[in-house]
Design a protein around this ligand. Structure first.
Ligand code: BYC
Ligand code: FE
Ligand code: FE
Length: 475
C-alpha cells in the first residue's frame, strides 16, 4: 500500500489504476496543471537541472530520493500515509465512531470548503515566489526555493486528488478553479489574505517560510486529526514536507542575522545606515519584516470567535493541534477560552465558549511555536555580541481579521489613534525605502560555494553534499 508506483503517468500509492474514471479525470487535469506551472511557476527555470528530493515511500524513514531534475519533469504525485483500519473519530459529537472513508452527505459542503481553502494556498505561494529564482543569493538557496516550490505543487495535487475522488462534479470544478485564481489578482484573487501579498525579496521569502509555512504546519496538523480519513492521511504525509519549508525560513533568517551581526562587529556600530552601507540588512528592517509577516500570518487562523470553527470541530472535520495529547473530553461543551478584543479604546480580555474560540486556540499554539524559533534567532545575535533582540509584536498589531480588525495597536500592545499610527507606521512595518534597500542587495549569485554579501553560508549542505556543490546546473 505504501509503495509508490512510478510506472504510472501520475505516481501514486492510492491504486489509481484501479479506478479508470478517476485516473482519466486526473490525467485531464494534469496538462492544465503543467500549463499553469509554465505560466505561473518559477520564472526562467524550465531548463535548469535542480538537485531535488522526490518521495519514494511514505514511511517516515528514508522517503526521499535526491537527484537532478528539470522541474517540469518533477514527478508530482498522490501520496497518502498508510491507512489504520481501526482508526476512529476521536473528538466532536461523533467521537468513537469509525473514521469515515467516504464523505458524509451532511458534511460535504464544509469539507469541500476546507479542502479548497487549503488547496488554494499551495499554488498561491508558488505564484508569490515565482520571480525569486532570478535573485537567489546562492545555488544552495536557489535549490531550496525550488524544492519548496515543487512540494507546494505536490500539496496542490494532494487536495485535487481529494476533490476529484470524493466530490464528484463540484470537486472537478473546484480543482479547475484552483488553477484559475491568481495571487494578488484584483478580479480573481486567492482566498486568504496573506496569499495575495507580495513576496518581493529573499528576506520576505525567509519570513514567509518561517511564519506562513508554519500556519501550514498548524492547519495541516488540525486536519490530520480529521474524522474524514483520506484528508487525515494526505495531510499527515504533507507535514513531512512542511518541516523542510520552515527550516528554510528559520535558517535563512538566522544566516541573515549572522551576517548582519558580523558586519556590526566589524564596524563596531549598530547604526542602521552604517550597516546598510556595508551591504548587510540592519536589524530594524529585519524587525519590521518580522512584524509584517507575523501579523498577516496570524490573520490566517480566522476570526477569534467563529461559529465555523465550532461546527468544524463538533462535526469531527477539523481537530486541534495535537488533539490526541490533550486530556479534556474532546467535545468542549461548557468550556471557555480567553480572547482579546478592543473595548472603549483599550484592549480587554473576555471569556467565550471554547468551541467558538478554536481558531484562537490554534493561533495561540502557533504563536508559542513561532516565539520559540525567535529565541533561536536571538541566540545568533547573542553569540555575536549584539545586544539587540528580535521580538514578536503584540497579537493585536496590524490585524485585519476578527475582533481586532479595525483597531490600531502598536507592536507593544497599546491602542493608538489613527494619527499616532500614521506617525509610527514607518517604524513598525516595512517602508518603501526598506523594500528598495533590500531589493538593491538582491542579485543572482550562481557560482558554486559563493554567497551574496548580506547572508552567511549555511553550516552544512543539502543531503550531506558540500556547500560548494552544484545544487543547480545551468544548461
Ligand atoms: N483572509 O469564521 P471565520 C498553507 C474569512 S497555510 C481572508 O474565522 P473560518 C501554506 C473566512 O473564510 C494553511 N479571509 O472563518 C503555507 C470567512 O469567510 P466567509 C492553509 C479570511 O472558516 C505556505 C470569514 O472570513 N489552510 O498550507 O473559521 C505556503 C469568517 O471567518 C481570512 C487552511 O487555512 C483571511 N486570513 O476560518 C503554502 C485550512 N480568515 O465564509 C501553503 C483550511 C478568515 O464569511 N481553512 N477569512 O465568506 C480553514 O480551516 C478556515 O477556512 C480558516 C478560516 C481557518 C482559514
Ligand atoms: Fe503546502
Ligand atoms: Fe509549505
Amino acid at each position: 500500500m505504501s509503495a509508490i508506483d512510478y510506472g504510472e503517468r501520475i505516481p501514486n500509492n492510492v491504486d489509481l489504476a484501479g479506478d479508470r474514471a478517476l485516473q482519466r479525470a486526473l490525467e485531464q487535469w494534469q496538462p492544465d496543471y503543467l500549463a499553469w506551472w509554465h505560466e505561473m511557476g518559477p520564472e526562467a527555470s524550465s531548463s535548469l537541472d535542480v538537485y531535488l528530493r522526490t518521495a519514494i515511500s511514505v514511511e517516515p524513514s528514508g522517503w526521499a530520493n535526491f537527484d537532478y531534475v528539470k522541474m517540469p519533469d518533477y514527478r508530482w504525485g498522490i501520496f497518502l500515509a498508510p491507512r489504520d483500519e481501526a482508526r476512529r473519530i476521536h473528538f466532536g459529537e461523533q467521537a468513537g465512531d469509525p473514521a469515515w472513508q467516504e464523505v458524509p452527505g451532511e458534511h460535504r459542503a464544509n469539507l469541500r470548503r476546507i479542502i479548497v481553502t487549503q488547496g488554494d494556498t499551495e499554488p498561491a505561494s508558488i505564484e508569490q515566489q515565482r520571480h525569486l529564482g532570478l535573485t537567489a543569493p546562492s545555488l544552495y538557496d536557489l535549490r531550496n526555493l525550488f524544492q519548496v516550490n515543487v512540494e507546494e505543487g505536490r500539496h496542490l495535487w494532494a487536495m485535487v486528488y481529494l476533490l476529484h475522488r470524493y466530490f464528484g462534479r463540484d470537486g472537478r470544478e473546484e480543482a479547475a478553479a484552483l488553477l484559475e485564481r491568481r495571487s494578488g489578482d484584483g478580479d480573481n484573487p486567492r482566498i486568504l489574505g496573506a496569499f495575495n501579498e507580495r513576496t518581493p525579496d529573499w528576506l520576505a521569502f525567509f519570513m514567509f517560510t518561517y511564519f506562513t509555512d508554519r500556519d501550514g504546519k498548524f492547519q495541516l496538523c488540525a486536519l490530520a486529526e480529521s474524522g474524514f480519513d483520506p484528508l487525515a492521511r494526505t495531510t499527515r504525509f504533507m507535514l513531512t514536507e512542511e518541516a523542510h519549508h520552515m527550516f528554510v525560513g528559520e535558517s535563512g533568517v538566522a544566516r541573515t542575522l549572522q551576517r548582519t551581526a558580523e558586519v556590526m562587529r566589524e564596524l563596531g556600530s549598530d547604526d542602521p545606515r552604517a550597516v546598510r552601507e556595508a551591504g548587510a540588512i540592519d536589524l530594524a528592517t529585519i524587525q519590521r519584516y518580522l512584524n509584517f509577516h507575523y501579523s498577516v500570518t496570524i490573520d490566517l487562523f480566522g476570526a477569534d470567535v467563529s461559529s465555523n470553527a465550532a461546527t468544524f470541530y463538533s462535526a469531527g472535520l477539523k481537530g486541534r493541534f495535537e488533539e490526541g495529547k490533550r486530556d479534556d473530553d474532546h467535545r468542549l461543551g461548557g468550556m471557555t477560552y480567553r480572547i482579546v478584543e478592543a473595548v472603549d479604546g483599550r484592549l480587554a480580555e473576555r471569556d467565550v465558549p471554547m468551541l467558538n474560540a478554536l481558531n484562537e486556540v490554534l493561533r495561540d499554539d502557533f504563536i508559542r511555536d513561532s516565539v520559540a524559533g525567535i529565541g533561536r534567532w536571538n541566540r545568533v545575535l547573542e553569540k555575536n555580541g549584539v545586544a539587540a533582540r528580535l521580538v514578536v509584536p503584540h497579537k493585536a498589531f496590524n490585524r485585519r481579521i476578527g475582533s481586532l480588525a479595525g483597531v490600531r495597536v502598536s507592536p507593544g500592545g497599546e491602542v493608538v489613534d489613527e494619527q499616532t499610527w500614521r506617525l509610527h507606521e514607518r517604524d513598525w512595518l516595512p517602508t518603501a525605502d526598506d523594500r528598495a534597500f533590500v531589493a538593491s542587495l538582491m542579485g543572482r549569485v550562481v557560482e558554486p560555494g559563493r554567497f551574496a554579501g548580506w547572508i552567511a553560508p549555511p553550516p552544512v549542505g543539502v543531503n550531506r553534499q558540500p556547500i560548494d556543490f552544484a545544487y543547480v546546473r545551468f544548461g
